[in-house]
Design a binder for this molecule. Sequence first.
Ligand code: G3P
Length: 217
Amino acid sequence: MKFFVDTAEIDQIKELNDLGMVDGVTTNPSLIAKSGRDILEVTKEICSIVSGPVSAEVVALEADDMLAEGRKLAKIADNIAVKVPLTWAGLKTCKTLTDDGIMVNVTLCFSANQALLAAKAGATFISPFIGRLDDINIDGLELIEDIRTIYDNYGFGTNILAASIRTANHMSDCAKIGADVCTAPPNVIKAMANHILTDKGLAAFMADAKKAGIKIV
Ligand code: G3P
């Protein structure tokens, strides 16, 4: 499973990228706003750090405007994936950009029907939002399972990019289901390493090493 980092914070992207934990980056208007930076500038800087797909989202709602924004975002770098919402305007934009050889990430997906439409429109990525479904007591992981089944039934090439990831368990659960990608905030990726028994075991090793005076260098 590929790990994308869901942030526009350059330092956090660099830190995880240096650990080999970054196969791509996703941003959205809220994350760009949080960065306080110009979308074109910060996206260009992210593309200079990460070689994998970097999703940058349009802010227009009508197809013609979305297409113009998408083409401008695509010019930033070859690894740009233009992010469009799962609306008919977004699907139309997806089809046009995909036909032009531009990667498209269709976002704000909350149902299998929506994911089917994105695949038919040729989306490179579909972004089902797990956490926001969980927030309203709908099992977000079930949606990932449903999309995986449908895409495999018909050999759709669209990559399932599980998004709105809130916990480390979301990451492993998505991997068990077979999501192609998970995009998560840096703190969630880091939390994957946490385990109390690791901490306890390491403390015991260090105590015994100190007691025995083990020296390596
Ligand atoms: O990429 C989508 C993601 O940023 C949404 O996450 O936690 O706001 O639902 P969240």
